[in-house]
Write a protein that binds this ligand. Structure first.
Ligand code: SAM
Length: 245
C-alpha cells in the first residue's frame, strides 16, 4: 500500500510513522508513507497556500490550486490504477474500525489535511472520494486525524499482526475484547482470575468470550445489535442484562 499525506506541516507527521510497529511495517515494505508538503505545489514567490474567505469573515481557507495540483500529480505518479482521496474534516463521516478495514483494502490513499477554516469547497466537491472525522470535536488541523487513520489502517494490512490477534480485537466482530492480565499473578491484593492460570485452553476461551460479551454489554450495548451469538451466549447475555436491570 502507498499512502500520501498532503499537509502544510509535514514535520507534524514525522514522529508517528518513525517509531514502533508502523516504522517496522514501512521498513518491511508493507506500506510506503510519503509526507507531501502542499507548499511545493505553489507557484508564487511566497508559496501561498491560503487566502481570505469570499464574503468576509474570520480565518483563512486553503486555496484550491495547490491542492488540485498535488492530488493530480500524486495520482499521475501512482503505479496503481485507483487512488482514493480522503479529506480530514470534522464534518465528515465518523471514522471507525469498519472504515479502517475497508480502507486497508485500497492500494493508494491520499489524505488531505485541512488547516485554518478548512479547504475551498471546490476541493471537497471535485477532488475528494470520502470525508472523515475522528470525532465530534474540532482540531487545529487534519494532521493528527490523518495520523490516527493511517495507524488504524496500516495495522490491518496482511502481515502486520497475526490473523488471530486481529480477529479477537475490539470491534472486529461487534464485541469489545476481553480483559488481559500478565505477571505477577497477585499484585497489591488483586488476583488474576484462576481460570487463566489453569492451562485449560477451552475453559480460558470460554471465559474470554463471556468477558467480552459482558464488557460489550456494560460499555457499548449498541454494538450488540449486530452481534452474532451462539444460543448459550445469548442466554448469558440475557442473564447479564437481567442483572443490570
Ligand atoms: N471551520 C471548520 C468547521 O467548523 O467545520 C473547522 C476547521 S478546523 C479548525 C481545521 C482543520 O482541522 C479541518 O479542515 C480538518 O482538516 C481538521 N479537523 C478538525 N477537526 C477534525 C476532526 N474532528 N476530524 C478530522 N479532521 C479534523
Amino acid at each position: 500500500m502507498k499512502i500520501d499525506l498532503v499537509t502544510i506541516f509535514p514535520g507534524m507527521l514525522e514522529g508517528p510513522f518513525k517509531e514502533s510497529m508502523i516504522k517496522r511495517a514501512v521498513d518491511r515494505g508493507l506500506v510506503e508513507i510519503n509526507l507531501i508538503d502542499l507548499r511545493s505545489y505553489t507557484r508564487d514567490r511566497h508559496r501561498q497556500v491560503d487566502d481570505t474567505p469570499y464574503g468576509g469573515g474570520c480565518g483563512m481557507i486553503l486555496k484550491p490550486e495547490p491542492l488540485f495540483e498535488a492530488v493530480e500529480d500524486l495520482k499521475s505518479k501512482s503505479e496503481y490504477e485507483r487512488s482514493w482521496v480522503l479529506l480530514m474534516t470534522p464534518q465528515g463521516r465518523r471514522f471507525d474500525q469498519q472504515a479502517a478495514r475497508k480502507l486497508s483494502g485500497e492500494k493508494h490513499l491520499i489524505l488531505i489535511c485541512g488547516r485554518y477554516e478548512g479547504v475551498d469547497e471546490r476541493v471537497r466537491t471535485a477532488l475528494i472520494d470520502e470525508e472523515f472525522s475522528i470525532g465530534d470535536y474540532v482540531l487545529t488541523g487534519g494532521e493528527l486525524a490523518a495520523a490516527v487513520i493511517v495507524d488504524a489502517v496500516v495495522r490491518l494490512l496482511p502481515g502486520f499482526i497475526t490473523e488471530e490477534a486481529a480477529a479477537n480485537e475490539s470491534f472486529s466482530d461487534s464485541f469489545l475484547e476481553h480483559p488481559h492480565y500478565t505477571r505477577p499473578s497477585a499484585f497489591r491484593g488483586m488476583e488474576v482470575p484462576s481460570v487463566l492460570l489453569s492451562g485449560n485452553h477451552a475453559e480460558i476461551e470460554r471465559w474470554r468470550r463471556k468477558q467480552s460479551i459482558k464488557r460489550t454489554c456494560e460499555r457499548r450495548p449498541d454494538l450488540l445489535e449486530k452481534a452474532k451469538l451462539l444460543p448459550d451466549e445469548k442466554s448469558y447475555l440475557e442473564e447479564i442484562m437481567r442483572q443490570q436491570n
